[in-house]
Design a binder for this molecule. Sequence first.
Ligand SMILES: NC(=O)c1ccc[n+]([C@@H]2O[C@H](COP(=O)([O-])OP(=O)(O)OC[C@H]3O[C@@H](n4cnc5c(N)ncnc54)[C@H](O)[C@@H]3O)[C@@H](O)[C@H]2O)c1
Ligand SMILES: CC(C)[C@H](C(=O)O)[C@@H](O)C(=O)O
Ligand SMILES: [Mg+2]
Length: 362
Amino acid sequence: MNKVITVIPGDGIGPEVIKSAIQVLDTVAEKFKHQFTYQYAKLGGIAIDEEGTPLPQSTIDLCKSSDGVLLGAVGGPKWDTLPGHMRPEKGLLGIRKALQLYANLRPVTAHNSLLDASTLKREVVEGVDLMIVRELTGGLYFGQPQERRQEVDGEAVVDTLYYKRSEIERIVKQAFELARLRSKKVTSVDKANVLESSRLWREVAEEVGANYPDVKLEHMLVDNAAMQLIRNPKQFDVVVTENMFGDILSDEASMLTGSLGMLPSASIGGEGPGLYEPIHGSAPDIAGQNKANPLATILSVAMMLRYSFNMSEEADAIEQAVTNVLEAGFRTGDIAEKDDKILNTEEMTEKVIENIQLAVTN
Ligand SMILES: NC(=O)c1ccc[n+]([C@@H]2O[C@H](COP(=O)([O-])OP(=O)(O)OC[C@H]3O[C@@H](n4cnc5c(N)ncnc54)[C@H](O)[C@@H]3O)[C@@H](O)[C@H]2O)c1
Ligand SMILES: CC(C)[C@H](C(=O)O)[C@@H](O)C(=O)O
Ligand SMILES: [Mg+2]
């Protein structure tokens, strides 16, 4: 198959992990006789520096003209003092919105060989396999007004948490559809004891859930959910929640797998291409040092092949290669234990590539 992929390296470790992901894609292309064409686009800090805006129109156009979008990460201290609308992160929010990617899937899978890399006890994380379904184009991130104000008694600020019923319906429906393919349980996370938006969220979850009698629905307040995620994460199958709660809970949940550097994501739901990115950021503290764990981005490539290109055998080959490499004891610094030899980004990528090449195909 021929596929056109828009590649957005971004800032910090973004270009490093994207380089790994492209090498993996090239390996898959060769092994499975596909042709992947890459068109590179700018987003975030590098786009601000070179084009004066975090989201150039040319980037939106390139994304829309492709079959899938692969993104590294954006942001960094260099751009932290810019006004809100000019920040790198605004570019990321803008491209998600422009492509109507309202559903962000963040799978959290504990690899057996990484159980001791987690900060939690082995018996707590063993067997964890959950999916966070994060609403991605609404809520506090996008609601208007969002501004600072001078009022008579001093400075004030407002962010707006806004959802349309239809926006809640479609994301909750997505969660139920996914749960049907998994363990048939949806936990809807909200703050319905305080927020009006959460009370509507809960109401809609009940209504949508009524159409899925085979799937169990439970509601959980977000503060309790944050605690339950580290007390007993195995109780969760699909977790569905609004944008900001999902952002926070997914970083927390990543530690069940051993590292933020392990968690991939797929953003889908629009009429055009899906966007695939690790959940981590540009990691300025390790950028440019060839230290970043490339696995989250490599696993995001697997999600792109599975969800956007319908290449499940190829996706399986990548995921299996990652499992094999971890089982063989190869580690980047973030998942290493005391006596492990630490591989750099390039060496880890090489191990995954060797493994894909060795895999026997049907
Ligand atoms: N999707 C994105 O583009 C995205 C996501 C989150 C944060 N950010 C941006 O990234 C910048 C830094 O944010 P932050 O430090 O809060 O979060 P971060 O995710 O960049 O880093 C948090 C910690 O995790 C480590 N880490 C992250 N990814 C890693 C990897 N692949 N391998 C090894 N270690 C890894 C970092 O070194 C750091 O110690 C900010 O500008 C933020 O806005 C971007
Ligand atoms: C960088 C930021 C805008 C982004 C978000 O909050 O969505 C990031 O934290 C993520 O999780 O993808
Ligand atoms: Mg985040």
